[in-house]
Design a protein around this ligand. Structure first.
Ligand code: GUN
Ligand code: ZN
Length: 450
């Protein structure tokens, strides 16, 4: 495979910035370049030092920024067409919109169509890896990983397990959830760039029998991730703890079934006690901050400082379709506001760290993704700080990199992503016009009579 030299302003992190002035946390090359060969980063550095490489095709992205591809650590692929569903908090929203939408995924044609559009939407927004819930149906997982494989994306996902408090058409059984998950792990985990996440949806939709079999899956497959939801909404917490009366609190339900650990991702974690956060810290579990979703569903404010103080790991995510945007830039813009209103300050450098190396570390994948070190997978996002007229005008007054990053985060969206590379291959061109002949998604009634 030929060598590619991407020229532009290169920014990549080596550690979490301790302050806005902490230049030791990142490398920045104003006239920089990234040399890519066979889908891997060979080196990132000064253009002058890399420009003499023979037979390298130079792609000039100046004046844009070159960053590692963004990573999204929690979203729902079957909710792609349910974003912006009006007027309900978590439990009502699930029952009114989401449990209706997810039934459409019994159709593998529908799952295939949405999986393709979902991956394209991630790429359009500069996100090259993500962790997603699929639907309860096995075929939805096949659709998800097949669409990722087609694009050679490093993706993590799994079949949601749910055997109660959901419509009949969305319920599995403890045994079928276990069997389907085993079969899907055998089929997909470690195939190409795919990783499996064992996915009991949350304590409310799993019986103790299903939680017990989730424990079995986790101990039989320690190589897989675990994802679930925790402490998102006050009514949810009351319902979940009423279903498991012997647990000390919501977190203790998952702890009691051996589901906490360094590969466990817990969405939301808004109302945890210090005891619960300490339990996450002790087990290395990751609390996932989903700012647009937490605001949209009226759930509450994630208290990042408290997790830091108690030594618990955190990550950041869109949580589409509770989340309102596929863009990690827009997500960090809302994260900034959620923290600001609590008197916490998120610096632009900390934001870009979180979207890249921070989320890679949360997944234990920092050797592969999240930074542009030699040997990393060449998943790269090219950002245009002047993508919209208002941004261009604002950028005329910007004088520092920190200011530019903050403008990009606050005003940017998919239009700010000029290009995205997956394992060294440019992907964004060609995505900008979704095909008109793509099937319209059908209603449940239509699917039932099809
Ligand atoms: N809790 C259980 N399922 C879900 C979901 O699909 N979205 C959100 N935001 N919370 C959940
Ligand atoms: Zn979620």
């Amino acid at each position: 495979m030929s060598k590619l030299l991407l020229r532009g302003r290169v920014l990549t992190f080596v550690d979490e910035p301790k302050s806005i002035d902490d230049q030791s946390a990142y490398s920045y090359f104003e006239d920089g370049a990234v040399l890519v060969e066979n889908g891997k980063v060979v080196e990132a550095g000064e253009y002058a030092a890399l420009s003499g490489i023979p037979q390298a095709e130079v792609v000039d992205h100046r004046p844009h920024l070159i960053l590692p591809g963004f990573i999204d650590t929690h979203l729902h692929f079957p909710q792609t067409q349910a974003i912006a569903s009006y007027g309900a908090q978590l439990m009502e929203w699930l029952n009114t919109y989401i449990f209706v939408e997810e039934q459409k995924f019994s159709s593998s044609a529908h799952a295939d169509f949405i999986a393709g559009r979902f991956m394209d939407e991630l790429l359009r927004n500069g996100t090259t890896s993500a962790v997603a819930y699929c639907a309860v149906h096995r075929t939805s997982v096949d659709a998800y990983f097949a669409a990722a494989e087609k694009r050679n994306m490093l993706m993590i996902g799994g079949k949601v397990m749910m055997d109660r408090n959901a419509p009949d058409a969305l319920r599995d059984t403890p045994q079928s959830g276990y069997d389907d998950t085993k079969a899907l792990i055998a089929k997909w985990h470690g195939r190409g760039r795919a990783h499996y996440a064992i996915s009991p949806r949350f304590a409310i939709t799993s019986t103790p029998e299903q939680m017990e079999l989730s424990r079995a899956l986790v101990s039989e497959h320690p190589e897989c991730y675990v994802q679930t939801h925790l402490s998102e909404n006050k009514d949810e917490i009351a319902f979940a703890t009423s279903l498991y009366p012997s647990a000390k609190d919501y977190t203790d339900i998952y702890a009691g079934y051996g589901l906490l650990g360094s590969r466990t991702l817990l969405g939301h974690c808004i109302f945890l006690s210090d005891r619960e956060i300490s339990a996450l810290a002790e087990t290395g579990s990751v609390a996932v901050f989903c700012p647009t979703s937490n605001l949209f569903l009226g759930s509450g404010l994630f208290d990042r400082d408290r997790f830091n103080r108690l030594g618990a790991r955190t990550a950041v995510a869109t949580d589409v379709g509770g989340g309102t945007s596929f863009s990690m830039l827009e997500t960090m813009s809302e994260a900034y506001k959620v923290l600001h209103v609590q008197g916490q300050r998120l610096s632009p450098f900390a934001s870009y760290y979180m979207m890249t190396l921070g989320n890679a570390r949360a997944l234990g994948l920092e050797d592969r993704i999240g930074s542009l070190h030699a040997g990393a997978d060449a998943d790269i996002t090219i950002l245009d700080s002047r993508a919209k007229p208002a941004m261009e005008l604002r950028m005329r007054t910007a004088t520092t990199l920190a200011e530019e990053l903050f403008i990009l985060q606050t005003m940017g969206d998919d239009r700010s992503v000029a290009e995205v590379y997956v394992a060294g291959k440019p992907m964004k061109r060609g995505l900008d016009r979704p095909q008109a002949e793509s099937p319209r998604s059908r209603s449940i009634a239509e699917l039932q009579t099809a």
